[in-house]
Structure formats: structure tokens, C-alpha cells
Write a protein that binds this ligand. Sequence first.
Ligand code: SAM
Length: 281
Amino acid sequence: MMSGILYVVATPIGNLNDITFRALETFKSVDLIASEDTRHTQGLLSHFSIEKKQFAVHQHNEKASAQKIIEYLKDGKHIALVSDAGTPNISDPGGLIVKDVAAAGFEVVPIPGVSAVTAAYSVSGMEHTSFHFYGFLPTTSSQRIKAFENLQTQSCPILFYEAPHRIIKTLNDMADFFGDKHHIVVARELTKTFESIYRGEVSKVREIIESDSNFQKGEFVILVSPMHHEKNELLSEDQHRILKILLKHMPTNAAVKLGVEILSINKNYLYDEALKIKKDD
Ligand code: SAM
């Protein structure tokens, strides 16, 4: 008997017309759909008049779900894996299931489509060849600041998912850490009726979102522009002193190369700082 295939299927993040033809074909052709929430997925299936048996993949027990899927695949059944919205395994269950299913030797096929992270980045107006996707920030302010500290050497935009009840608190922390004037974009309710994109300085964006409680509702992606372009005091006193010593004893390129190793700071940024130090000397 032929083994079954696991299809990992992206679904819309709001507007149901964003479903893909392949997703619908896959739902029709598989034997079963493994859903993060069967009632939620039922809404999607009913909208497209698809009748298919589902079973729940338990978010807190992906291991057991993977085992169940493997048993079905062994029986030659084809399975579609879906999360509530967007792409599975993007801040959603799926990763562990795919890992175990692939390790058990079964074929895993992506049926790509929407994700809030790519939709938000596409309209951000941030022109970079790369971005860093962080996912959900921690829930307390001190943990969020710690996360920002760990991210501060990133030289590309950073994208966060955020829940509505934390949006203002997180923007407050961003203003404290990145500075009031740091450029951000907030993408709210993408593909839905109240889709809104707020762009500008953290303080301005926060002011707009704070001005109306309706603006604090829904789903959010926060995009933070690279830090080193706007935050001049990224180097601590100690880091500055170390770079100065290195520059005193070796050519700029070598000093920057060693500096990157010692300080774990972005090379381009450190190079700019080195030039400033040389100019001031
Ligand atoms: N797997 C999904 C994806 O591919 O984007 C993400 C699931 S995660 C549990 C849900 C988070 O994604 C929300 O809290 C929000 O940060 C973001 N999100 C999902 N849908 C969104 C939308 N329509 N507009 C803005 N952000 C959205």
C-alpha cells in the first residue's frame, strides 16, 4: 500500500478570498484534515462547501498529534494540516508535527499561502533584503526590554506579533527602548474590514492607536526599522573605549574585524563608528 502524504496548508488571515486553489483542491482530495481548532476550520470548509472529516491537533501535545498523523499516513491516508489562520508553524502549531512526520520517512508537501508576517512586510515600505521575524514578545515589560536588548545588533527590520491587550504597553516599551522618534509600522487587521497601516515615529503611532479604543482592537504586526540607523548611542562607553584602543593599534579594517568578534556588534555599524572616532581624533 502507498504511504500517505502530509500537506501543510496555509489558510486566510481574515479575507476568505485569500484561500488558494491548491488549498481547496487539497482539502477536497485528502482523507482527513488535522486542525488546530476543528470548529474554526469548519467555518472555512463550509464557506467553500467542502465536507471533510477533521480531527484536532492538540497545541499542547503536538507529539501525540504527530503520532496520530503518522498512524494515518502508515494506513495510506493523505492528511492536510491547518492552523486557525495563516501558515502553520508561523507562531502556530505545526513544527514538531512536521519534524516527526518527516523523521518517520513520510513525504511532507507545503501548500503555501498567506502569513501575517509576509503580508505586513510587503506593505511596510522597509527596503531591506532581509528581516528578522521574532513572533510574539514576552508578556512582561522587563522581559520585553530584555528581548529588545538581545535584538539591538540586528541590522535589518524586526517583525513582532502582538495581542490587542498588550499593544499599547509594547509600544510604550518600544518608545522607552528604541527612542520616541524611532520609525515603526503597525499593521492591524490585515485583509479585514478595518485593515489599517500606521507608519511613523513610535510616539506618533502610539498616539494614534491610543486615540480611539477601536484602534486597539484586532490583530497586530509591529515592524521596527533597523536600530543602528537611528540610535546613535548604541555603543556603550566600554564598547566605545575598546574600539578606540583597537583603532590605536591597528588599521581600521582590522580593528573593525576584531571589534565585531569581541563586541558582537553589526560590522557596518561598527565601521561607521570607527570612522567617526578616527574623524574626531
Ligand atoms: N500562523 C499565522 C501567520 O501565518 O501569520 C500567525 C498565527 S499567530 C497565533 C496570530 C498572530 O498573527 C496575531 O496575534 C497577530 O499578531 C498576527 N496576525 C494574524 N492575523 C493577522 C491580521 N489579519 N492582521 C495583523 N496581524 C495578524
